[in-house]
Design a protein around this ligand. Sequence first.
Ligand code: 5RP
Length: 234
Amino acid sequence: MTAQDLLKREAAARALDFVTPGMKLGLGTGSTAEAFLELLAPRVHGGLSVDCVATSERTAKMARTLGIPLGDLDALAPLDLTVDGADEADRDLNLIKGGGAALLREKIVAASSKAMVVIADESKLVARLGKFPLPVEIVAFGHGATVSRIKSAAASLGYENLIVTQRMKDGAAVKTDSGNLVYDCAFKAITNAKALAAGLSMVPGVVEHGLFVGIATTLVIAHPGEVEIIPASR
Ligand code: 5RP
């Protein structure tokens, strides 16, 4: 296990303190969220009763393998808590998510939860979002035209000449669990996450973007020798 993996596991372990019996839980996607699942499973087998909703097919598969009970969001919402990772987080609890292409379901599940605890190693904590290219989920129909309109929307907010790259894997377009495409937008430095989130949401063809603004309630950041808890100030 790398030093970074150990930090992910420490953040995941600390998040277990937020879980109480009977909770309805959203389960995030990605390696840090998977560390949380690995630590949650023995608690479940030890008698902790929770009802969970997965944010991706990948997470659902792992939860089933680990024997974590899964249910349907429509039946369980509102959830008490979602625990998920992030690609970047700032101290105002704005996030970039979607590195694992699960941003749409991650946002639906988090928005359907009373609280969202974000777990990450310290490399994810940034002074300003944007170094990690922002994932945007786009409908396949007219996706080239949608990308042009994303660039125009970005330019109107001061992000000129935005580089937008379609996410590919093994020579094929990446498709999300909902069958859409993913484009990664190299903003480099996002000066106003709320304004950008609103601007991107206005573009027809954009299903969802990976900016999470006003959703996370607690950041759990693992540093070597210390786990830092950052609550939302709102
Ligand atoms: C998936 C996500 C993940 O939470 C994000 O990519 C972080 O992943 P990891 O914990 O593997 O670094 O948003 O869509």
